[in-house]
Design a protein around this ligand. Structure first.
Ligand code: NAD
Length: 468
């Protein structure tokens, strides 16, 4: 894995490039760029065998221009302070791009979850939460974590339970974290939200004839050849929705290696094969690629890095064959690689736009927790009755019997509303950044996304009256 600069430097380079295209005051830009607070902590873990291990962790809050701050918690042996600060910064700009009214934050615990029992993971998560509470780095109006690499609903359930047990009568303790299980005040549609958002973003680009003719590709998602790196939460769900939407998965990569088949891979059959054998390698009909990273260079239309940062670097960017790169992971492309891809005319859908589906639905979950009402509860049956009456009236006026009984769902439930809100968010944000891109006369969606975000954040600061 090659890194030309640290991850935070990469984010700063992208920020600076965009900032130069605005006419905002230098001091204001410096404030928008800087990371406001970082909490580095260590605590002891008593392991199952009785030994003690010191765990290292962080929580970074990049910007409080809107509260609460928001961002996932990752479990990874590679976590560093630089990485957590970079990811927190990306969260600030991401929230701004999709109009989610939060500042950015990120947490990291330096562990490889595969090396710990469920009981040990629970003790780590609960102790981390306890430490965040003590320093006021968590709370529904302060800082609201969510899942990220290596974490999921179970960890979020431990966080909310720890927070509730210490909240002493607080009214909305469930809103202290998102990505919770449904039974623990989570929201339907959060689990696959990031991957679904990736799908909506890619489908939107593919449906624009002008975009596709620039890339010499036919319009539409149908038949597009896709390679996905990482079959975790984001990668799996992105791949599943793309496959359902008519794309062909021609390559899939995991830690142990990659597989390719130009005729297409059946995602769920690959996942079943991996569960059975412990590896994606050896999948019937596919070619094995022992060095997983080589999958990034496969012949395809769309490449989706959905694992970790720094995967597309100056070293391999020249060999990427995809015409579209959908950044499902955070920071998968280094700044030098980005430049090479731009020069080669590859269309990069940047992380701060494309993987914003997770935080968008986290926002819906937070709203649900504050309102204590499930989306759709008040209006579902009312809408259903209104639509049925309309059908009866159409039948009466036209004399054509529009049967109302065999149309089952005429009112939207929570999941329908979440999907609809997410689709709207991803489509609107895409056109916003594309319009900015056009107005700047550039062909670079990352810079356009940063410019969009910086301008919106600047307004929040200017409203305070202390910045020009
Ligand atoms: P995850 O832990 O569920 O999945 C990551 C997957 O990547 C795992 O299956 C892992 O085995 C695989 N992987 C690791 N190294 C690899 C390698 N070198 N080659 C191929 N595969 C490899 O994590 P996730 O939640 O899906 O997050 C993935 C990325 O998406 C991260 O960059 C994360 O920050 C970003 N992201 C996640 C969310 C979310 O809602 N979970 C939201 C926005 C962005």
């Amino acid at each position: 894995m090659s890194t030309e600069f640290g991850f935070l430097d990469q984010v700063h380079r992208a920020f600076n490039q965009a900032a130069a295209l605005t006419d905002l005051d230098g001091g204001l830009l410096a404030q928008i760029r800087t990371c406001n607070s970082v909490y580095r902590l260590t605590f002891p873990l008593k392991r199952d065998d009785g030994s003690i291990e010191v765990i290292e962790a962080w929580r970074a809050e990049h910007s409080q221009h809107k509260l609460p701050t928001k961002g996932g918690i990752r479990f990874s042996s590679g976590v560093t302070e630089d990485e957590v600060m970079a990811l927190a910064a990306l969260m600030t700009f991401k929230c701004s791009v999709v109009d989610v009214p939060f500042g950015g934050a990120k947490g990291g615990i330096k562990i490889d979850r595969g090396h710990y029992s469920a009981g040990e993971l629970e003790r780590i998560t609960r102790r981390y939460t306890y430490e965040l509470i003590k320093k006021r780095f968590i709370g529904p109006g302060i800082d609201v974590p969510a899942p990220d690499y290596g974490t999921g609903p179970t960890e979020m359930a431990w966080i909310v339970d720890t927070y509730k047990s210490m909240s002493n009568g607080e009214q909305n303790p469930e809103a202290c974290v998102t990505g919770k299980p449904i039974e623990q005040e989570g929201i339907r549609g959060r689990l696959d939200a990031t991957g679904r958002g990736v799908f909506y973003g890619i489908r939107e680009v593919c449906n624009i004839p002008e975009e596709m003719s620039d890339l010499r590709l036919p319009t539409g998602l149908e038949g597009k050849r896709v390679v996905v790196q990482g079959l975790g939460n984001v990668g799996y769900h992105a791949a599943r929705h793309l496959e359902d939407g008519g794309a062909i998965l021609v390559g899939l990569a995991e830690r142990e290696g990659a597989i390719a088949n130009p005729g297409g891979l059946d995602l769920d059959a690959v996942v079943a094969h991996r569960e059975e054998t412990g590896s994606i390698l050896g999948f019937p009909g596919a070619t094995d690629i022992a060095r997983s990273a080589e999958a990034l260079e496969l012949d395809c239309d769309i490449l989706i890095p959905a694992a970790l940062e720094n995967q597309i670097t100056a070293e391999n960017a020249g060999r990427i064959q995809a015409k579209i790169i959908g950044e499902a992971a955070n920071g998968p492309t280094t700044a030098d690689a980005d430049q090479i891809l731009l020069e080669r005319g590859v269309r990069v859908l940047p992380d701060l736009y494309l993987n914003a589906g997770g935080v968008t639905v986290s926002y819906f979950e937070w709203l649900k927790n504050l309102s204590h009402v499930r989306f759709g509860r008040m209006e579902k049956r009312f809408d259903e009755a209104a639509h049925r009456s309309l059908l009866v009236e159409i039948s009466r006026v036209t004399g054509v019997d529009v049967s109302t009984t065999d149309i089952p769902d005429l009112g939207a439930d929570e999941e329908d509303l979440v999907h609809s809100g997410l689709e709207e968010t991803m489509v609107v944000a895409y056109h916003q950044i594309r319009d900015i891109e056009k107005s700047l006369g550039i062909k670079d969606l990352r810079t356009a996304s940063f410019v969009t975000a910086i301008k919106k954040i600047a307004i929040s600061y200017q409203e305070l009256g202390i910045f020009p």
